[in-house]
Design a protein around this ligand. Structure first.
Ligand code: CP
Length: 307
């Protein structure tokens, strides 16, 4: 891979996508064998999260450690950001600390690109506002590929708060590149204008959209990003858009249920479905480490000294 940064699926070519997925698949095998590598020995990976995270931050840190890197975790709440330090100045400080890769999550779309343009370190976008979350899309795609093989012609239904979801945007782009047929489903108030131009079908009727689905991927209601009411009640939303065992009867025989997490049980998904035989939610988390190992290895192999 020749690039310095991974900022979004929209920047990647088909061959880069395939390189990340095939490397991640190999990394997953090393995780299953409990192997550790030293390929990133002498390298420093920093996580710089301006928003909360459980899965993404910890799996990037696990990934870095699995490859032998040193990790630095910048807690924004306890950092000089609280004294007014800008994102770019924080990035330059990380450069001066000889950081090789900065993993950034920020509430403002475009922040990872701004950082990448102003630092020597490689930058990986770990979620920016309502824009993209590329490593999440890759772990979703890896999980689906490990289940189905080729995703060509597979039907994936992404249901829920599409409007506020960076995961939905990255998933639509990546699953589309892999040949899947993607439908996004939400009440009209939670569908962003122009989402169909990203190459997906749009349907507000979940019972119709789910028919024959191979993959169902509910999204959390992102209440923290809502500045107005988008549905009349949580109960009504769950009634029409909740993923229940009864609704899943309309799927293809061998369907899977994915969720990027965190889940809100009995809001967008029942506990029975989340813990059920078709759920691959925990598999996604493990694949998240593999995908992030692949990203770190491929970026650092391109930048800096011999590994
Ligand atoms: N899916 C995801 O981004 O989870 P976290 O917010 O816990 O990182």
């Amino acid at each position: 891979m020749k690039r310095k940064d991974i900022l979004g699926i929209k920047d990647l070519s088909k061959s880069e996508v395939n390189e990340i997925l095939s490397t991640a698949n190999a990394m997953r095998e090393t995780i299953d064998r409990n192997e550790r590598s030293t390929v990133l020995r002498g390298r420093t990976v920093a996580t710089l999260f301006y928003e909360n995270s459980t899965r993404t931050r910890n799996s990037f840190e696990s990934a870095a450690k699995n490859l032998g890197a040193t990790t630095m975790s910048i807690s924004v709440a306890a950092s000089s950001v609280q004294k007014g330090e800008s994102l770019v100045d924080t990035g330059k400080t990380l450069d001066a600390l000889k950081t090789d890769v900065i993993i950034i999550r920020h509430s403002v779309a475009g922040s990872p690109r701004l950082l990448a343009e102003n630092v020597k370190a490689s930058v990986i976008n770990a979620g920016d506002g309502m824009n993209e979350h590329p490593s999440q899309a890759f772990l979703d795609a890896l999980t689906a590929q490990r289940k189905f093989g080729s995703l060509a012609g597979k039907k994936i239904v992404i249901v829920g708060d599409v409007k506020h979801s960076r995961v939905a945007r990255s998933d639509v782009l990546l699953f589309g590149m892999l040949g899947a047929n993607v439908t996004v489903c939400a009440p009209y108030t939670l569908l962003p204008q122009g989402i169909d131009s990203m190459g997906c079908d749009v349907d507000s009727d979940f019972d119709r959209a789910i028919e024959g689905a191979d993959i169902v991927l509910p999204l959390r209601l992102q209440l923290e990003r809502m500045d107005q009411a988008f549905f009349s009640s949580r109960e009504e939303y769950s009634y029409y858009y909740g993923v229940t065992q009864k609704r899943l009867a309309a799927c293809a025989d061998d369907y899977i249920v994915m969720h990027p997490g965190p889940i809100n049980r009995d809001a967008e998904i029942t506990g029975e479905v989340a813990d059920g035989d078709h759920s691959v939610i925990e598999e996604q988390v493990t694949n998240g480490v593999a995908v992030r190992m692949a990203m770190l290895q491929l970026l650092t192999a391109n930048v800096g000294g011999e590994l």
